[in-house]
Design a protein around this ligand. Structure first.
Ligand code: ATP
Ligand code: MG
Length: 410
């Protein structure tokens, strides 16, 4: 692939040209340039410019923009379905707390902006006018497949400890190794990750466990990952991370499934639940994501070859879940390949039959139960019992039959 020719999406070209036409410098930078040079299609584009925030606002006054972080110099231009983040050249000041730069200082120099970036591979800029600007030989690092800090790793990690985890995350996501000096600093300094907000940790962790080299990286840096997740060590150890590492390959490619493996492998029910609740909860996931992780933890030992069990799972977690659970159980070796194929097919057929799996789908409702003379809590109990009978195949979900059954409850 000819990586010298970087064909940018029209919307990105527009942003660069618009800035240029008003006399400003503008380059794409960071992940998109790196991804392009690796032969990957970039997922989003960041632009860096010497235009100051108020000047950017002016340049894009006729466009849809979101003031994402104007005080840090970032404006998002929304164009043709793309969100293009445009940021003023910056040097980050000191980080007293290892978390936030105390102040950001804008600069007129692209080189200074590249200097503040974390890794050489992330510090390459490109513009159609000037080609690649690559003062730290990021392209060399891409060829050598290595992650190395821009400048002195100890200094860079003291400025912002999140970079420690980012080094490990990029190693996993890109399949690169970590350069010796950088790796030494990771191993020496990882305890400063406790300074970092849980939200920032969570973002990096998720990309890490989904990375193409998650297995190797989780084995090699299990201590860093366990510490990032659970600094007190009370719910998760590096041994747990190593045990789960072996399952981070192949098909189980969504985050909740993988988090559940980290919390749920080799532990008893109660310990797993506590680990998921405390550790995953501390990362502040969405409620849905938390529920998804819990669903795997709670039902990982369910017998997915049994039709009644599958129906209960459908009712409780939705019809997509049993499929995922079957895959989960295959991935962690609870069932073998032939069981997996059989169970998957059996579930496909069951799902097609659209079985009744919730009280709401019964052919009778609370009103019918009242009419049959049931009161208060009896109504709920009766309907649950009917659902159970239907799911067990003891009788059909037909109104006549269920009305007769209701009458028997009295
Ligand atoms: P991805 O494809 O996963 O989004 P990315 O390289 O775009 O990877 P981002 O986290 O989106 O990563 O950050 C964009 C760019 O900002 C990085 O490439 C890097 O140049 C810079 N950057 C981000 N976070 C930091 C940090 N903590 N310290 C220094 N530079 C950073
Ligand atoms: Mg990015």
């Amino acid at each position: 692939m000819d990586t010298e020719r970087f064909v940018l999406p029209e919307a990105v070209d527009f942003v660069l040209e618009r800035l240029n036409s008003r006399g400003f410098e503008a380059y794409v930078v960071g992940g998109s340039v790196r991804d392009h040079l690796m032969g990957r299609v970039p997922s989003d584009y960041d632009v860096t410019t010497n235009a100051r925030p108020h000047q950017m606002k002016d340049v894009f006054s006729d466009c849809r923009v979101v003031e994402t972080g104007l005080q840090h110099g970032t404006l998002t231009v929304v164009l043709r379905g793309m969100n293009i983040e445009v940021t003023t050249y910056r040097v980050d000041g000191a980080y007293d707390d290892g978390r936030h730069p105390n102040e950001v200082t804008f600069t007129a120099s692209l080189e200074e902006d590249l200097c503040r970036r974390d890794f050489n591979v992330n510090a390459i800029a490109y513009s159609p006018r000037d080609g690649f600007v690559d003062p730290f030989d990021g392209r060399g690092d891409i060829l050598r497949q290595r992650i190395a800090c821009v400048g002195d790793p100890v200094k860079r990690f003291s400025e912002d400890a999140l970079r420690i985890l980012r080094a490990v995350r990029f190693s996993s996501a890109l399949g690169f190794s970590i350069d010796k000096d950088t790796a030494d600093a990771v191993n020496e300094m990882y305890s400063s990750l406790s300074l970092i907000s849980r939200e920032r940790i969570y973002q990096e962790l998720t990309k890490l466990i989904l990375g193409q080299s998650a297995r190797e990286v989780m084995e090699g840096f299990s201590h860093v990952i366990a510490y990032a997740m659970n600094p007190s060590g009370s719910f998760l150890t590096s041994e747990d991370v190593r045990k789960a590492a072996g399952f981070m390959e192949g098909t189980s490619a969504y985050a909740e499934m993988r988090y559940a493996m980290i919390f749920g492998i080799g532990k008893d029910e109660e310990t797993s639940r506590a680990a998921a609740k405390e550790v995953y909860g501390s990362l502040k996931p969405s409620r849905k994501s938390m529920n998804d992780v819990m669903a795997f933890i709670e039902s990982r030992f369910a017998d997915t070859s049994d039709e009644y069990t599958l129906k209960k799972l459908m009712g409780r977690y939705g019809e997509a879940f049993p499929e995922d659970l079957i895959l989960f159980r295959r991935t962690v070796g609870f069932i073998d390949e032939s069981e997996y194929i059989k169970e998957k097919e059996a579930y496909r057929i069951l799902k097609e039959m659209k079985p009744c799996v919730t009280v709401g789908e019964l052919a009778v409702n609370g009103g019918d139960a009242s009419a049959a003379g049931l009161k208060g809590a009896e109504i709920g109990r009766a309907l649950s019992a009917l659902l159970d009978g239907v799911m067990r195949g003891e009788f059909h979900n037909e109104r006549e039959i269920l009305l007769r059954k209701l009458a028997e409850f009295r």
